[in-house]
Design a binder for this molecule. Structure first.
Ligand SMILES: Nc1nc2c(c(=O)[nH]1)N[C@H]1C(S)=C(S)[C@@H](COP(=O)(O)OP(=O)(O)OC[C@H]3O[C@@H](n4cnc5c(=O)[nH]c(N)nc54)[C@H](O)[C@@H]3O)O[C@H]1N2
Ligand SMILES: Nc1nc2c(c(=O)[nH]1)N[C@H]1C(S)=C(S)[C@@H](COP(=O)(O)OP(=O)(O)OC[C@H]3O[C@@H](n4cnc5c(=O)[nH]c(N)nc54)[C@H](O)[C@@H]3O)O[C@H]1N2
Ligand SMILES: [Mo]
Length: 681
C-alpha cells in the first residue's frame, strides 16, 4: 500500500489537500492532509466518495461511437480517424470557426491550456466568453480594489463580526466553518443574509431573509443609517476611498421604509444590521456567488462592498472583504477578469466567441459560418448552462459532436463520439484555488483504467493524425508520457524558487508572494490608486452607474410577476459539485432525485401536499418533480438544487433564461420566475 499527497481539482472554494491510499493500482481511501492550514481536517462527502467514483463500473473506459442511436465501443485508431476526417472537412468546407470548442469547470489545472494550444494549431474555433459562475462579483471587486484577493482563510477567526451574505459555507465551503466556529468561541457575532434558512445559519445570531435579488437596496439602506449615525470610518474613507461624498449624497434619496418594503426586511432588522456593522470591528463580510447570479449581480456586489469600505474593514486582521482570493493562481490568467471578455483583438483570427450565458440561443443564431461541429470537455452544458431546451436544440442541429467524459451525462448522450476522460488520480497537474492560498500538486496515483487517455494524450495523437508540424506539436503539446508531463509542469514551477515538483509531492506550498492580510499596504491597483466606491470604469465598461445602486431585476421583480409568481433559486448542495457526483451510488442513497422546495403557504392554495408530484413551469420549459415542504423558506420563493441530470429527474435549467449579468458576462440563473401545479394521477 502506498500513500500519496494530492489535491482536489473540483471547482470548489475548499480545494482540499488529501492523502490517498493506493493498493493494486486502485484508490482505496481518502484522508485529510493536516499540512494544509485551510483544510486540515474533515474530508467532505464528495471527497469520501472518490473511492467509488475512481473505480465506478459506470465510468466510460473506451471510445464510443453512436450508431443508430446506440453507443458502440470503437478503437482509438478508429476514433481518431473519424474525428480527423470531420475536422479536415469542416475546416475546408466552412472554415475552422464552424467548430465550437467548449470547455467548462469540471477539472482545473495548468494542462488545460494544452487544449487551447491544440485548437489554435487547428486554425482556431468558435469558443465561449464569460462564465457560469462568479464573474459579476469578480468584476465588481476588481473595479473597486484593482485586484481580487482576501485574507487567508484562517484569519477569519480574528473577526468579531462575520456576515455571511448569500453564502452557504456549511455546504459549499465546509472548511470555512472551522474558523467561523473558532471566532464564535471567542465571542464573535455571526449574521446570515439569505432568503433560505441554510445549514450555515444554524448557529447564527440573526438570519435575515431578503427577497431574492434585492440585496443592494438592503445594503444601501444599512449604509445610509451608518453614515447618518456618524458610525463610518472618516479617516479611512478620506485617505483611501474615491467617491465617498458622492456615495453619501446618493443615499439621501433612499427612504428606509420603502427600502424595507422592497427587500422584505423589516425596518428594525435593517437598523439592527446597521448597528452591528457600524460598531463591531473587525468585520469580515463574506459575499457568496449565488447572490450575483442575477441581472443586477455586479451592482449588488458593489453595494455590499460599500459596507466594508465605509466602515474601514479592509487590510487588517479579521477585517476583510471576502469574495475570492486569486493569490494562488500564480500561473493563471484568471486573475484578470478581462479574460472573460469577448475575444481580444490579438486572438480574433483564432477565436470567434459567443457568450456562455446564451450558449444555446447563440449557437443557433450564429452565421458565417454556421456551427457544424462541437467538441466538449470538462463541462456538462446541457444540464448546467441556462435554457436547456435551446441548448439541446442547438446541439441537435449540429452535424457532429465529440464529448470527452467520465460518465454518461446529459451532454455525453448527445455526442456522436465519446472519448473516455481521466479522473483526478490519473494525471498530475498543478492547481490553484479561489479560497485556499496554496499552490498544489494534483498527483497521478494510478494508471488510467481501460483505455482512458488524458486530454493531453488525446490532443497529441490527434495532432499527429492531422499532420500538424512537428515543431508546433513539440512546442504546444507534451508527449504522452509521465516524464514529459512532469517536465511540462516543471517549466512553470521553475519560475519560482519556492516551488518544485519534489516539494509539492510532499506538501501544499503557500503561494509565492502571498499576502496573509490582503491590502495591508493599502495600495490599490485602480485608476485613482484608491478604493473606488465611485468607479468611472464601471460606467465606461459596463454602462452602469459609477456608484453602487439598486437595480430591480429584469424578470423577478415583484411588480412583474404574473403569470409566473414564484421566484426560483437553484443553489448548490453538500451532496454534489454541480452536475458531478450525483450519479454515484453512495450519493444516490442520500439524494436520489431533485425536489422543489416550497413553503406550505404557497402550496396550500395550489392544493399541493408534501411529496406530491408537481409540474414546475414557465414559458421556457417544465419539470415534473416532487414537492418538499419547508416552513423556513420565504413564501413566494421556491428552490430546486442545480446539477441533476435529465436522466435523474431534470435540471432546473429547463426553466432558466439565457441572460447575462450586468457586468463580467456572468449568468443570471436565479432571475427566473415559475408557476407550480399539482399533477393529477
Ligand atoms: N458542496 C458543494 N460545494 C461547492 C459547489 C457545489 O456545487 N457543491 N460549487 C462550487 C462553486 S462552482 C461555486 S460557484 C460555489 C458557490 O457557493 P455559494 O457562494 O455558497 O453559492 P450558492 O450555493 O449558489 O448560493 C449561496 C446562497 O446564496 C443564496 N442566495 C440566492 N439568491 C440570493 C439573493 O438574492 N440574496 C441573498 N442574500 N442570497 C441569495 C442561496 O439561497 C444560497 O444559500 O460553491 C463551490 N462549492
Ligand atoms: N440553475 C443553475 N445552474 C448553474 C448554477 C446555478 O447556481 N444554478 N451554477 C453554475 C456554476 S456556479 C457553475 S461553476 C457551473 C458548473 O457547470 P460545469 O462547469 O459544466 O461543471 P460540472 O457540472 O461540474 O461538470 C463538469 C463535467 O466535467 C466532467 N469532468 C470531470 N473531470 C474531467 C476531466 O478531467 N476531463 C473531462 N473531459 N471531463 C471531466 C465531469 O464528469 C462533469 O460531467 O454550473 C452552473 N449552473
Ligand atoms: Mo461555480
Amino acid at each position: 500500500m502506498e500513500i500519496y499527497n494530492t489535491a482536489c481539482p473540483r471547482n470548489c472554494y475548499s480545494t482540499c489537500s488529501f492523502k490517498v491510499q493506493v493498493e493494486n493500482n486502485t484508490v482505496q481511501k481518502i484522508e485529510a492532509q493536516p499540512l494544509n492550514k485551510a483544510t486540515p481536517e474533515g474530508v467532505c462527502l464528495k471527497g469520501l466518495s472518490y473511492v467509488e467514483r475512481a473505480n465506478s463500473p459506470d465510468r466510460i473506459l473506451h471510445p464510443l461511437q453512436k450508431i443508430n442511436g446506440k453507443f458502440e465501443q470503437i478503437s482509438w485508431d478508429k476514433a481518431f480517424e473519424i474525428i480527423s476526417k470531420k475536422l479536415i472537412f469542416f475546416k475546408s468546407e466552412y472554415g475552422s470557426h464552424s467548430v465550437l470548442f467548449y470547455a467548462a469547470s469540471g477539472m482545473s489545472g495548468l494542462l488545460n491550456d494544452v487544449s487551447y494550444n491544440f485548437w489554435k494549431l487547428y486554425g482556431g474555433t468558435t469558443t465561449v466568453y464569460g462564465n457560469l459562475c462568479w464573474p459579476a462579483g469578480l468584476e465588481a471587486t476588481r473595479l473597486t480594489f484593482g485586484e481580487v484577493k482576501h485574507n487567508v482563510p484562517w484569519d477569519l477567526e480574528n473577526a468579531r463580526l462575520i456576515v455571511l451574505w448569500g453564502k452557504n459555507p456549511a455546504e459549499s465551503n465546509i472548511h470555512q466553518m472551522l474558523p467561523i466556529e473558532k471566532a464564535m468561541q471567542k465571542g464573535a457575532r455571526l449574521v446570515v443574509i439569505d432568503p433560505r434558512r441554510t445549514p450555515s445559519s444554524e448557529q447564527t445570531d440573526i438570519l435575515v431573509q431578503p427577497i431574492p435579488g434585492t440585496d443592494a437596496i438592503l445594503a444601501l439602506a444599512i449604509a445610509k443609517i451608518i453614515i447618518e449615525d456618524n458610525k463610518h470610518n472618516k479617516e479611512f474613507v478620506e485617505k483611501y476611498v474615491q467617491g465617498f461624498p458622492e456615495f453619501a449624497q446618493s443615499l439621501k434619496k433612499i427612504d428606509i421604509e420603502k427600502a424595507s418594503q422592497e427587500c422584505g426586511v423589516p425596518v428594525d432588522f435593517i437598523k439592527e444590521l446597521a448597528e452591528l456593522i457600524g460598531t463591531i470591528k473587525p468585520m469580515t463580510l463574506i459575499a457568496g456567488y449565488g447572490m450575483q447570479r442575477y441581472t443586477n449581480g455586479g451592482q449588488t456586489t458593489r453595494a455590499l462592498l460599500a459596507l466594508s469600505i465605509i466602515t474601514g474593514n479592509i487590510g487588517k486582521k479579521g477585517a476583510c472583504w471576502h469574495y475570492a482570493n486569486l493569490q494562488s493562481y500564480v500561473f493563471d490568467a484568471v486573475k484578470e477578469p478581462e479574460n472573460y471578455y469577448p475575444a481580444p483583438e490579438k486572438d480574433k483570427p483564432f477565436r470567434r466567441a459567443i457568450p456562455t450565458a446564451l450558449l444555446g440561443e447563440k449557437m443557433l443564431e450564429i452565421k458565417n459560418p454556421e456551427l457544424k461541429m462541437a467538441w466538449i470537455e470538462r463541462g456538462n452544458p446541457i444540464s448546467q448552462n441556462p435554457d436547456s431546451n435551446n441548448t439541446l436544440k442547438a446541439f441537435r442541429k449540429l452535424d457532429f459532436i465529440v464529448v470527452v467524459e467520465q460518465f454518461m451525462t446529459d451532454t455525453a448522450r448527445e455526442a456522436d463520439i465519446i472519448l473516455p476522460a481521466k479522473s483526478m488520480f490519473e494525471q498530475s497537474d498543478i492547481i490553484g484555488s479561489y479560497w485556499n492560498p496554496y499552490v498544489q500538486l494534483k498527483q497521478k496515483v494510478v494508471e488510467p483504467p481501460g483505455e482512458v487517455m488524458p486530454e493531453t494524450n488525446i490532443y497529441y495523437r490527434l495532432a499527429k493524425t492531422l499532420n500538424f508540424k512537428e515543431e508546433d506539436i513539440k512546442n504546444n503539446i507534451p508527449e504522452p508520457n509521465d516524464k514529459a508531463i512532469d517536465a511540462w509542469l516543471n517549466k512553470y514551477l521553475s519560475r519560482y524558487d519556492e516551488l518544485s515538483l519534489d516539494l509539492l509531492k510532499k506538501q501544499p506550498v503557500l503561494a509565492p508572494g502571498l499576502e496573509e492580510i490582503a491590502f495591508s499596504d493599502f495600495k490599490f491597483n485602480t485608476p485613482s490608486g484608491k478604493i473606488e466606491l465611485y468607479s468611472e470604469q464601471a460606467e465606461k465598461i459596463w454602462n452602469v452607474n459609477p456608484l453602487p445602486t439598486y437595480e430591480p431585476l429584469e424578470e423577478g421583480h415583484r411588480g412583474r410577476q404574473k403569470p409566473f409568481p414564484l421566484s426560483l433559486m437553484s443553489p448548490n448542495t453538500k451532496n454534489r459539485i454541480h452536475s458531478q457526483f450525483g450519479n454515484l451510488q453512495c450519493i444516490k442513497a442520500l439524494d436520489p432525485y431533485p425536489v422543489v422546495v416550497i413553503s406550505p403557504q404557497d402550496a396550500k392554495p395550489r392544493n399541493i401536499k408534501e411529496g406530491d408530484k408537481v409540474r414546475v413551469y414557465n414559458n421556457r420549459g417544465e419539470l415534473f418533480i416532487k414537492a418538499k415542504f419547508d416552513y423556513s423558506i420565504r413564501p413566494g420563493n421556491v428552490v430546486i438544487i442545480n446539477g441533476y441530470w435529465n436522466t435523474e429527474g431534470g435540471t432546473p435549467n429547463l426553466l432558466s433564461k439565457g441572460r447575462e449579468t450586468d457586468m463580467g458576462h456572468g449568468t443570471a440563473f436565479h432571475d427566473n420566475m415559475v408557476e407550480i401545479e399539482k399533477v393529477i394521477g
